[in-house]
Design a protein around this ligand. Structure first.
Ligand code: UDP
Length: 251
């Protein structure tokens, strides 16, 4: 196999040059990090499950007109994606109080929010991804006002769709983080959904028991991380595409 050019290596994924201009290959690693990479582990099989779950979610979002970077899955750990210019923001949407929102406002985890809340964080590891307002975003030119409007509208659509999709299989979508990127067409650019949507980037609770089926199992040392991610894939009906090694839950 020819050596591919690595474009970027993040905490959970690697981006390689794609086969055609304007494409990249996104490789899902088994590495897990939390608390700004102070906590690290290798969770065998995580990359395979997240690649498959993200493929499924992005494909379904594409089908309802939420444009995203996903083109096709190439193999167990890799997918072909459109090259985008990443907007340096993490867009978080919340339905139920948890994590940093619960801490910031002293809310009990699990409290239903009066309505869905969208927040922006500036993507900067050195600064620990600080919460920012639209004023910061436009003043520092991280995104234009129109792009913010588009991201807000798309995030709400993603939230409605995913809440229904997970709700139908007994999973509550507590919150999630998404990222956007620009694609250029002549003088114009538009923002599309990028990165991944998986149990690494969502809080997913079993609706009947409130059991956590997401990365909080790793962050909070609750154990059975891979088993929980596998349970999400099973409920979505996509476990049959997974290799046997994952099926029993390894790691
Ligand atoms: N999240 C993420 N990456 C981050 C920070 C948060 O995917 O760098 C997700 C997290 O999994 C959760 C949501 O965004 O689903 C909200 O996270 P929160 O702000 O509560 O931060 P946390 O408690 O995870 O530090």
């Amino acid at each position: 196999m020819t050596r591919r050019k690595k474009i970027y290596e993040g905490k959970a994924k690697i981006l390689y040059e794609g086969p055609e201009p304007g494409t990249l290959i996104q490789y899902f690693k088994d590495d897990a990090t939390a608390f700004n990479a102070q906590k690290k582990a290798v969770l065998e099989g995580k990359g395979v499950i997240n690649n498959r779950i993200s493929e499924y979610v992005m494909t379904r979002l594409n089908a309802i007109g939420v444009q995203n970077h996903f083109i096709k899955r190439l193999n167990l750990r890799e997918q072909l994606i459109k090259e985008v210019e990443i907007v340096p923001l993490e867009v978080v949407c919340r339905n139920v109080a948890a994590g940093s929102l619960a801490t910031r406002f002293g809310l009990p985890e699990g409290q239903q929010l009066p309505r869905s809340i969208i927040e922006f964080y500036y993507k900067n590891d050195k600064l620990g991804d600080p919460l920012v307002t639209e004023e910061h975003i436009t003043a520092f030119n991280w995104a234009q006002t129109q792009e913010i409007d588009d991201m807000l509208a798309m995030t709400l659509r993603v939230n409605d769709f995913l809440s229904g999709m997970f709700g139908a299989v007994g999973i509550t979508l507590v919150d999630f983080k998404i990222e956007f990127g620009r694609v250029f067409e002549g003088d114009f650019s538009r923002v599309i959904l990028a990165d991944e949507i998986s149990p690494d980037s969502c809080r997913l609770w079993d609706t009947a028991t409130n059991e956590k089926l997401d990365k909080d199992r790793f962050r909070r040392d609750l154990g059975n991380v891979i088993e929980s991610y596998t349970e999400v894939a099973k409920r979505l009906g996509i476990m049959k595409d997974m290799p046997r090694v994952i099926e029993g839950g390894v790691g």
